[in-house]
Design a protein around this ligand. Sequence first.
Ligand code: BDR
Ligand code: CA
Length: 310
Amino acid sequence: PRKIIIDTDPGQDDAVAILLALASPELEVLGITCVAGNVPLPLTSKNARIVCELAGRDDVRVFSGCEAPLTRQLVTAEHVHGKTGLDGIDLPDPVMPLQDAHAVDFLIETLRAEPSGSVTLCPIGPLTNIATAFRHAPDIVGRVAEIVLMGGAYFEVGNVTPAAEFNIYVDPEAADIVFRSGLPIVVMPLDVTHKVLTTRARVEAFRGLGTKVGHSVASWTDFFERFDMAKYGSEGAPLHDPCTIAYLLKPDLFSGRHINVEIETEGRFTTGMTVADWWRVSGRAANAMFMGDVDAEGFYTLLTERIGRL
Ligand code: BDR
Ligand code: CA
């Protein structure tokens, strides 16, 4: 199986991404590193463990990481995810422990210990942990196989400001470090995630699995939907973060362009914008595979089948 580390700020859609990974034998989750984002760090670190226990996987190692962006004040998103970050269903507090090591140390040690080019990073929150690890230990950068992240937008521009997507907006300096790392990066921006909407039929398919996990996913996507209903109407809400894991399982579901992407860190109105050179007008070298389209039916077929295994 392909070795991955999920870097996350759960979040209902993060939770579904974690479940998809844990349900998939093609992937070996070496660890889950938590970061402040949708909610503060103590909650994301707790939520990740709630999700592992829901999946019956209290053997997965969960690490707590950075509690604030590199240089900025933390911005959270309780208005989307609720006070706990995982509103929608009451699940028991986790019994499994948080690992002692800091998430950044785990990232560094794991990338040094595993064969070079064998570990893929899947960041689905602000990029603070990853950037901090790259800064503290530049030797690990070249050892990463690939980064497959959720963040940014081009045609769909912003969801937290008119110009910026949440994960990049929260820590643009960290995103800048990652996008300049020289590593192969696959980006799942809003352009993709706004196409995988939680329609009624799709939510009912989760519920129809008749399992606790299926019921939880349906309840989360129902909650998540309340916020986005006004925006997306009856089509439901975008299920952002699982797109990264789905890509690892079935890359053919997605299409995009290999282009240059710069992170705006000093904008007057556009801080956190992913300035994506979609039309290749800048002459700057490509640094990211920026996805633009997805087979939404194929995505939900895969996701529902995998969630049904848990
Ligand atoms: C991203 O922001 C968070 O609210 C979601 O979990 C997702 O990672 C979408 O902009
Ligand atoms: Ca997230």
